[in-house]
Design a protein around this ligand. Structure first.
Ligand SMILES: [Zn+2]
Length: 411
């Protein structure tokens, strides 16, 4: 499971004034120590909750060379990687590459919150209020929108009481929050000692991942129905017609079915037995949600190519249309290979009762990957130098390795 830990300094336990958060100020080194220790607590909790890859992004503008760089690197938990950047929240590569959950640690309330310790929105000087589509947001809202852009759910917000309230109002009561202090004014607070706060942050990070991902999987199950506009019987009927969806669409549906089996096996597994099971279930869900619409896209691209042929009666034009359309089976093959790799892992590590389902998923995903790779080859028949051909072969070989592994695992 891939987890993004996005953090700020003002909401860290033990921090109440700007002397602790500004580079060069008398208490800044103390602030950095408190900050680093609390981030480490969140990292421990995330690992216990099943995170296998944790990237920390510090979003605190301390000033001088310390902006987005206040963590004490040599003391950070070796189980994470961290980002130092040029601009506030400028790093999005981890989100773009597919991230299962975001945890916000050390957040502060939006500007103007009377009980928000060190409250502000982006800049205490230049900004006061910020609205997204009519909803007033602070930094929690900005960062949540950033994560939401790439479909990454925010599962934890820690900080003072005010930011917990603000975050729940925005993101819903299902959000896990941890309160490490109660603001009595901008620079006045009643605080938990950091050691106690760290226990709560660690526990909260773990709980957020375990409970939060389960809730998201359930909601995803309801949402993804909208992708499936055809009943299975209708879909199969339309496959029998020449103008209907072709082999690419069938491969996408097969790979999606395999992904559903992997999700079944992963969800039925104890985290003690397979700590990454929740992340694997979430990944299988994402693959399925991408594969089902690809079935339709493939059918549409195929029909467009056929229309091209009817209109021009021209092999060259058809060849060009097919080459353009090769991206879709290539994407189907790529996702199917990912499903087969997940299935192989599930066949080895999931609840023993469901390992046969995972092995079956690996076989189905292999078939889908091969079928889609073959279609890439057919689409590019007139373009033997196209690099997508090599990629398709590589994908088919990868899926073969995974399926062989899954089908020969004996338990
Ligand atoms: Zn800050």
């Amino acid at each position: 499971m891939r987890v993004h830990l996005i953090s700020d300094m003002e909401g860290i336990s033990g921090i109440v004034n700007t002397e602790q958060t500004g580079a060069g100020k008398a208490l800044y080194e103390e602030g950095r120590r408190l900050y680093t220790d609390e981030i480490n607590a969140a990292i421990r909790g995330a690992k216990a909750g099943g995170a296998t890859e944790i990237v920390v992004m510090d979003c605190h503008g301390a000033g001088d060379g310390f902006s987005w760089n206040s963590l004490i690197a040599e003391d950070l938990d070796p189980g994470c990687e961290y980002v130092v950047q040029d601009e506030w929240t400028g790093y999005t590569a981890f989100l773009e590459s597919g991230c299962d959950a975001a945890l916000f640690v050390g957040m502060h309330a939006m500007a103007g919150t009377s009980d928000g310790v060190l409250n502000h929105t982006v800049s205490g000087v230049d900004w006061q209020n910020l609205w997204f589509n009519g909803t007033r947001v602070g930094e929690t809202g900005i960062n949540a929108a950033l994560c939401g852009t790439w479909g990454c759910p925010v599962l934890l917000v820690t900080g003072d009481r005010a930011v917990g309230r603000e975050a729940k109002a925005l993101l819903g009561d299902g959000l896990t929050t941890v309160e490490v202090k109660e603001g009595l004014g901008t620079k006045t607070a009643r605080l938990l000692p950091p050691r106690r706060a760290h226990e709560l942050v660690e526990e909260g990070a773990k709980r957020a991942l375990v409970v939060g991902l389960e809730a998201i999987l359930l909601r995803g199950a309801l949402m993804s129905e909208s992708y499936l506009e055809l009943r299975l019987g209708e879909l199969l009927d339309s496959v029998t017609e020449r103008a209907g969806p072709g082999a690419g669409a069938v491969a996408a549906v097969s790979a999606a079915s395999a992904a559903a089996l992997v999700e079944l096996a992963a969800r039925a597994t104890d985290l003690e037995q397979w700590p990454e099971a929740a992340g694997a279930a979430a990944q299988a869900r994402r693959l399925r949600e991408r594969l089902v619409p690809l079935a339709r896209e493939d059918a549409e691209a195929y029909q467009a190519a056929v229309a091209q042929l009817n209109e021009h009666d021209d092999d060259f034009a058809l060849g060009e249309a097919l080459a353009r359309a090769a991206d879709i089976p290539l994407e189907i093959a790529d996702h199917a290979e990912n499903v087969s790799a997940l299935a192989a892992e599930a066949a080895a590590r999931a609840n023993p009762d469901l390992r046969a389902d995972a092995a079956a998923a690996a076989a189905l995903a292999l078939g889908a990957a091969w079928a889609a790779a073959k279609l890439v080859e057919v689409n590019l028949a007139m373009h033997s130098e196209d690099t997508r051909l090599a990629r398709a072969r590589q994908i088919a070989a990868g899926a073969t390795r995974s399926a062989r592994e899954a089908l020969t695992t004996d338990e």
